[in-house]
Design a protein around this ligand. Structure first.
Ligand code: PMV
Length: 332
C-alpha cells in the first residue's frame, strides 16, 4: 500500500498567535509572524490501509514504533479523518510520528507535528495541493501555528488579504536572513495547560484588548526588520511581545503561569549578554523555555553562557530553515 514520509519543522513566533476568534475554524484575533526552524522537526510516516481497516497510531521514539497514548492517538486521528473526508477517501491509515526535540513543552511540537501529518496524509493519498490550501488544511488540525510550519523562512499567518480563508504566506525565504535560535530548556516536561486552553482564556485578561491595540504597529516593525535584516529593530519588539503574551496568560481568569524560576534566570541573562555587547533577544511560547534570537556570530557565546546557568537543563541550537520535505526514511 502507499506509504509517505514528511519531515516538517517547528517555528518560533516573533509576533504570537494568542486568542482564537473562531475556534471551529481555528481563526486568530491577530496575525502572527514566525521564523521556521531547521533542526527542531517532526517526522511522520503514513501508510494507506484497505478501505474500512482500523486506523493505527504509533510513536517512534524508541528503537521500534510502539502504540501511542490514547490522547495523542485521538488528536492525530481526528485530523486524519478530517483530511480523509476532505479527500473523499474511505481508507484506513497507519501513522507513526517522531519529534527531534521535547514534545509539548512550548517548543511548538504541535506546529511541526500537524504540518508533517497533513503532508504525509496528502502524500499517501497521492493528493497535491498548492501552498495556500496546504496551510489551510494544516490549520484545520486545530493548531494555528501548524499553518505557518508548512512554509520555510519568515512566515505570516493569516497572510495580508487572506480574509476568512486564513492561509499563511512567506514574507521572506530562509536565505534572506540567517538568524539563529538558541533554546534554553529550563523544563522539558509537558506543560500543564494546553495552548488551546490559553487561546480560550486570553480574552478574559484585562490586557488582551490593549495588546491588540498595539499589534498593528508591532507587526509593521517586525515586517520592516525582516525586510531590512535589522536585528536591533526586531529584537526589542520580539521580547516585548513575548512578555505581553505571558502577561495576558498570567492575568487570564483563571490565570496560567507557564514560567518557571529558570525562565526569569534566562531573561536576566539575556539582558546581561546585551549589556556586554552580544546581540540576543528572548521570546517564549506557551511554556517555560526561552528562545534567544541572535546572529550567527554571537550564537556560540550565547549558547555557552546560557548553557552554564544552573537552571538550564539543556540547550538546543537551531536557526532559520527551509520548510518541510518528503523523505525516503520511513518510520516503519
Ligand atoms: O498553534 P497552537 O494552538 O499550538 O498555539 C501556538 C501558541 C504560541 O506558540 C504561544 C504562539 C505562536 O504563535 O506560535
Amino acid at each position: 500500500m502507499s506509504r509517505f514520509t514528511a519531515v516538517a519543522p517547528s517555528n518560533i513566533a516573533f509576533i504570537k498567535y494568542w486568542g482564537t476568534r473562531d475556534e471551529e475554524r481555528t481563526l486568530p484575533y491577530n496575525p502572527s509572524i514566525s521564523m521556521t526552524l531547521s533542526r527542531c522537526v517532526s517526522r511522520c510516516t503514513v501508510e494507506l490501509l484497505p478501505d474500512g481497516a482500523a486506523d493505527e497510531v504509533l510513536l517512534a521514539e524508541g528503537s521500534s514504533p510502539a502504540p501511542a497514548p490514547p490522547a495523542f492517538s485521538e488528536a492525530v486521528l481526528r485530523h486524519v479523518r478530517r483530511l480523509a473526508a476532505w479527500a473523499g477517501s474511505g481508507a484506513g491509515f497507519r501513522v507513526a510520528a517522531r519529534n527531534s526535540f521535547p514534545t509539548g513543552a512550548g517548543l511548538a511540537s504541535s506546529a511541526s507535528g500537524f504540518a508533517a501529518l497533513t503532508l504525509a496524509v496528502l502524500g499517501a493519498l497521492g493528493r497535491q495541493v498548492g501552498p495556500r490550501e496546504l496551510s489551510v488544511l494544516a490549520r484545520r488540525s486545530g493548531s494555528g501555528s501548524a499553518a505557518r510550519s508548512v512554509l520555510g523562512g519568515y512566515v505570516q499567518w493569516p497572510a495580508e488579504g487572506a480574509g476568512e480563508e486564513g492561509y499563511a504566506e512567506a514574507l521572506a525565504e530562509a536565505g534572506h536572513w540567517d538568524l539563529r535560535n538558541v533554546v534554553a530548556v529550563v523544563d522539558a516536561s509537558p506543560k500543564q495547560v494546553s495552548s488551546r486552553q490559553g487561546h480560550r482564556l486570553a480574552p478574559s485578561s484585562p490586557y488582551f484588548e490593549e495588546r491588540l491595540r498595539r499589534l498593528p504597529d508591532r507587526l509593521e516593525r517586525v515586517r520592516r526588520a525582516i525586510r531590512e535584516r535589522d536585528l536591533e529593530e526586531l529584537g526589542p519588539v520580539v521580547e516585548e511581545e513575548a512578555i505581553d503574551l505571558h502577561l495576558i496568560a498570567m492575568s487570564s481568569r483563571p490565570p496560567i503561569f507557564y514560567w518557571r524560576p529558570g525562565t526569569l534566570a534566562v531573561l536576566e541573562a539575556a539582558r546581561q549578554l546585551r549589556s556586554e555587547g552580544l546581540r540576543a533577544w528572548a521570546t517564549i511560547d506557551a511554556g517555560p523555555n526561552v528562545h534567544l534570537i541572535c546572529p550567527p556570530e554571537d550564537e556560540e557565546q550565547v549558547a555557552a553562557r546560557v548553557g552554564a546557568l544552573p537552571a538550564v537543563e539543556s540547550v538546543i541550537r537551531d536557526g532559520v530553515g527551509e520548510g518541510p520535505v518528503e523523505s525516503s526514511e520511513h518510520l516503519f
